[in-house]
Ligand binder design. Structure first.
Ligand code: C2E
Ligand code: MG
Ligand code: MG
Ligand code: MG
Length: 282
C-alpha cells in the first residue's frame, strides 16, 4: 500500500513538473505577445517627505494588462521576463516611459526640477553591457537631467558580480543618477557591502516595518539601520507604511521619506497627476 502510494505520488509529481514547465513556456509566449502588443503600463506610488508630508517623487511599478486575466502583478511575470531575456526590452521600455512621464509633468508644471522617479532594475537588465548607455540615451531623448531618475537595485545584483556592479554604479552616479538599495535588510551581506557599494539611498524593507510598534527586534533593526545611515550619509526611505502607528514611529526619526498604503497605493497615471495637481494648488 505504501509502495503504491509512493508510486502514485511520483507520477503526480512528474505531471506537476510537466504542467509547470508547460505553463512557464506558455507564459513566456504570452509575454512575447505582451511585448509586441504593448500590454504593459506603469503605476506610480508617491514617496513623501516624513517631516513635511509633501510628495517628493514616486516609485514606478510595472503592471501587465492581460487580455483575459486582467491585471497581473509583477511577481507573476518579472521572473519569466528575467529567465527569457525579455527583461532587456521591457526594462528599456520602462525607463523610456518613466522619462516620458517626467517630461510631460515638467511641461505641465506639475513636476519640480528636484523631483525624481525611482525605477526598479533587475539583474539581467543591469548586467546588459549597454544598460548605462540606454539609460543616458533615454534621459537625453526626453531632455532630462540625470537627477530626474533614481535606480533601485537589489542585493541580488550586488552579489552576482560585485566588482562589475561597483564600476557600473560609479559610472551611473558620476553621470548624476541616484542609486537606491531596495529591500534593504532582507539579504545576507548587507553590512559588509555597504562599505564598498556606491549608494545614495537605503530602502528599509516593509517586512521590518510591519510589526515595528509591537516587535522590539524589528524596532531595534530599523533603529540600527537609521543611525548607521545617518553616520555614513545615506538617505533612508521607509517602505510599507500602512498605519498611523507606522508613520508616527518614523516621524520621530531621521528617516527622510516614506511610501505605503497609508499615503497611497501605487496608482495609474491619471490619478497620480490628480495628486500632483492637488499638491500644486495646495
Ligand atoms: P518593490 O520594488 O520592493 O516594490 C514595493 C512593493 O510593495 C510594490 O509591489 C508595492 O505595490 C508594494 N507596496 C507599496 N506600499 C505597500 C504597503 O503599504 N504595504 C504592502 N504590503 N505593500 C506595499 P508590486 O508593485 O507588486 O511589486 C512587487 C515587486 O516587483 C517590486 O518590489 C519589485 O521587486 C518588482 N517590480 C515591480 N515593478 C518592477 C519593474 O518595473 N521592474 C522590475 N525590475 N521589477 C519590478
Ligand atoms: Mg522597489
Ligand atoms: Mg522594496
Ligand atoms: Mg520587493
Amino acid at each position: 500500500e505504501a509502495k503504491k502510494q509512493g508510486r502514485n505520488k511520483h507520477v503526480f509529481f512528474e505531471i506537476d513538473m510537466a504542467s509547470r514547465a508547460e505553463s512557464a513556456y506558455s507564459l513566456e509566449n504570452e509575454l512575447r505577445v505582451a511585448v509586441a502588443q504593448n500590454q504593459f503600463f506603469l503605476v506610480f506610488q508617491p514617496q513623501v517627505g516624513v517631516q513635511d508630508g509633501v510628495i517628493q517623487g514616486a516609485e514606478v511599478l510595472i503592471r501587465w494588462r492581460h487580455p483575459d486575466r486582467g491585471i497581473v502583478p509583477p511577481f507573476e511575470f518579472i521572473p519569466v521576463l528575467e529567465s527569457s531575456g525579455l527583461i532587456y526590452e521591457v526594462g528599456k521600455w520602462i525607463i523610456r516611459e518613466a522619462c516620458y512621464y517626467i517630461r510631460k509633468w515638467q511641461d505641465l508644471g506639475l513636476w519640480h526640477d528636484e523631483a525624481w522617479l525611482s525605477v526598479n532594475v533587475s539583474p539581467n537588465q543591469f548586467y546588459n553591457p549597454v544598460f548605462v548607455d540606454d539609460v543616458m540615451e533615454a534621459l537625453k531623448e526626453a531632455g532630462l537631467s540625470p537627477t530626474a531618475l533614481e535606480l533601485e537595485i537589489t542585493e541580488g545584483i550586488v552579489i552576482r558580480d560585485t566588482e562589475n556592479t561597483i564600476k557600473k554604479l560609479e559610472l551611473l552616479r558620476s553621470n548624476g543618477i541616484r542609486i537606491a538599495m531596495d529591500d534593504f535588510g532582507t539579504g545576507y551581506s548587507s553590512l559588509s557591502y555597504l562599505k564598498r557599494i556606491p549608494l545614495d539611498v537605503l530602502k528599509i524593507d516593509q517586512s521590518f516595518v510591519r510589526d515595528i510598534t509591537v516587535d522590539p527586534t524589528d524596532k531595534a533593526i530599523v533603529e540600527a539601520i537609521l543611525s548607521m545611515s545617518k553616520n555614513i550619509g545615506l538617505e533612508v526611505v521607509a517602505e510599507g507604511i500602512e498605519t498611523e502607528e507606522h508613520y508616527k514611529f518614523f516621524k520621530g526619526t531621521s528617516c527622510q521619506r516614506y511610501q505605503g498604503y497609508l499615503y497611497s497605493p501605487p496608482v495609474e497615471c491619471k490619478r497620480f497627476e490628480d495628486m500632483l495637481r492637488e499638491r500644486v494648488v495646495a
